[in-house]
Write a protein of this length. Structure first.
Length: 194
């Protein structure tokens, strides 16, 4: 995403100071077996979420991000993880299946119809019993604008009820949802049927 290329240094510095998202990721990792493969969709620089996963020394991390600048920093920060610079819609997710997928701070930049398509694609890459943890911009549906480092971003949310319907149609069961300290709204779901 070109907008993130413009703010990459600012974003990297701000995220490196934050632990937002770590409690949710920690809770997810407790559900996984050693050796689990985790897909980080919109992995950014890999800090702090990817770094936390790698530091556990028991999971394989794979990242996807459309910002070439973010991917370059991810490679510097986490040389032991695999990463691809690609749009979610165009990636083949390393031609693998995963025990879990994380998408922190990404899906809400996509238009609602694109979110539905991307969610289906991510779910398709999950093993049966796999988990999906993602954030939306808000609990309710709608659009809002925000600014990071002087660059305007749009945020779209399908709303809790629509996300639950979309996930259910893909064979996922909602396990948890809540706001975090940074006012991100989290969803955790599990793939119960293929």
């Amino acid at each position: 995403m070109d907008s993130y290329n413009k703010i990459v240094r600012w974003y990297a510095e701000e995220r490196s100071k934050s632990t937002i998202g770590i409690p949710e990721v920690r809770d997810l990792l407790l559900r996984l077996d050693n050796g689990a493969r985790i897909l980080d969709v919109g992995c950014g620089t890999g800090v702090p979420i990817g770094r936390y996963i790698v530091e556990q020394n028991q999971f394989s991390l794979f990242g996807i991000d459309s910002s070439a600048e973010m991917v370059a920093l991810f490679r510097e920060n986490l040389p032991e993880a695999l990463v691809e610079c690609a749009r979610i819609q165009e990636s083949d997710f390393f031609s693998l299946t995963f025990d879990a997928a994380i998408s922190w701070g990404v899906l809400f930049h996509l238009l609602p119809e694109d979110q539905k398509t991307v969610l289906a694609k991510i779910v398709g890459a999950l093993k049966e019993g796999g988990y999906l943890l993602f954030t939306s911009g808000q609990e309710k549906d709608g659009e809002r604008k925000g600014v990071m480092d002087g660059i305007e971003f749009s945020y779209f949310s399908l709303g809790r009820e629509k996300y639950e319907r979309v996930l259910s149609a893909q064979g996922l069961t909602m396990l948890d949802e809540h706001f975090d300290e940074g006012e991100n709204y989290y969803y955790l779901a599990q793939k119960i049927r293929p």
